[in-house]
Design a binder for this molecule. Sequence first.
Ligand code: CAA
Ligand code: FAD
Length: 387
Amino acid sequence: MDFPAYAPSEEHELLRGTVRELADAKIAPFAAEVDEESRFPREALQALVANELHAVHVPEVYGGAGADALATVIVIEEVARACGSSSLIPAVNKLGTVPVLLAGSEELKKKFLGPVAAGEAMFSYALSEADAGSDAAGMKTRAVRDGDFWVLNGAKMWITNAGESKYYTVMAVTDPGAGARGISAFVVDSDDAGVSFGPKERKLGIKGSPTRQVILEDVRIPADRIIGAEGSGFKTALATLDHTRITIAAQALGLAQGALDFALGYVRERRQFGKPISDFQGVQFMLADMAMRLEGARQLTYHAAVKSERAMRGERVADLTFVSSACKTMASDVAMDVTTDAVQLLGGYGYTRDFPVERMMRDAKITQIYEGTNQIQRMVMARRLLK
Ligand code: CAA
Ligand code: FAD
């Protein structure tokens, strides 16, 4: 019997060491400032690009590093351990490009993946709208064929890294009577006439990652910018999320690890009742539970990453949808609990901006909401179980 192994290889662990060192030196020092000022983490982008870690998943044939899904997870995890906002650079570059990788023509891949691999452009993913979040198929943005062009009109909401990304995978209705089968996916360039961005949302966390509307007013794009066949866009969008919910789990793991590591250092230093608070069993049991739950979520996420990689290479992986939703749900719930417990372990100090754990707790919350809320993940998992 051949059991698939999902333990990280020596190479994966070497990569983790490299990214951790880089993140500690070049990303962590700006994390508090990026949060405080709600500004894009440009230092992190520069450091990631300089070390070719901004979009490691892009295959070598399109100029990328060709890293597997587990390596991509490790990169995102280690960046998130230092700064949640910065981890959305590699995560969203993957989210934006997977539709092209899964369903795009060879011409689209060649044209749009190269600049991402080279660090010249970022790629965002635009599915959600103001009135179509969980019910993504209820979108209203329209694409109408006009000769050799498609003309797009509408507004996509909550788009991560909007304004910073050059390219956008945009899902739009091409056949209004056909429901989910009437949605198509397109590549839109921020330089296309008629593209503009709404103001930045004012958020609880991941404040360094801009979240804005992408507004499309008579945006006329060449017909060959469609990703896959007309009407296949919703399936491509969901198939993409099967791969990328794993990257949100990775972000959640990194945030939780960052908070746990900080708390571990703190409890050894902080003294009450004449001894370090780490001597108290009540504190030790909290630490043990935090680390145990985090490791459980990490194992499930790595397991899902290996399945994602096999699927990307063309293998049929029947339970990818399930494990992807499962690891995103588990890791994000663990991240919320672990970061909250880290604040608790720092007491009053944990509640202040003088320490990073309150930021990690605020950043963790989003992982339970985006790429499908955890209720939607539970719906996806239950549908698979009951099918
Ligand atoms: N892969 C491929 N195709 C799939 C699929 C999958 N995983 N799941 C379903 N499909 C197909 C179905 O087979 C169906 O096709 P047919 O009509 O040909 O049979 C079609 O897609 C529609 O499927 P459903 O009927 O199940 O669709 P639904 O309208 O009930 O919606 C849903 C399903 C799971 C609720 C989906 O809308 C969903 O995932 N909602 C959450 C939205 C979401 O995750 N948004 C993320 C935005 S990105 C983001 O947030 C980025 C970021 O944070 C950084
Ligand atoms: P709603 O769908 O209105 O949900 C509200 C509540 O109802 C939730 O608790 C939900 O779980 C619950 N609910 C809804 N339907 C059901 C049901 N059937 N059963 C049980 N409970 C249900 N989208 C993109 O396309 N691209 C991006 O880059 C992107 N980035 C984002 C970044 C941020 C910071 C945020 C906040 C959002 C981002 N999103 C993005 C959108 C995100 O995916 C949606 O916010 C999310 O899918 C939820 O949609 P909604 O906000 O409309 O909530």
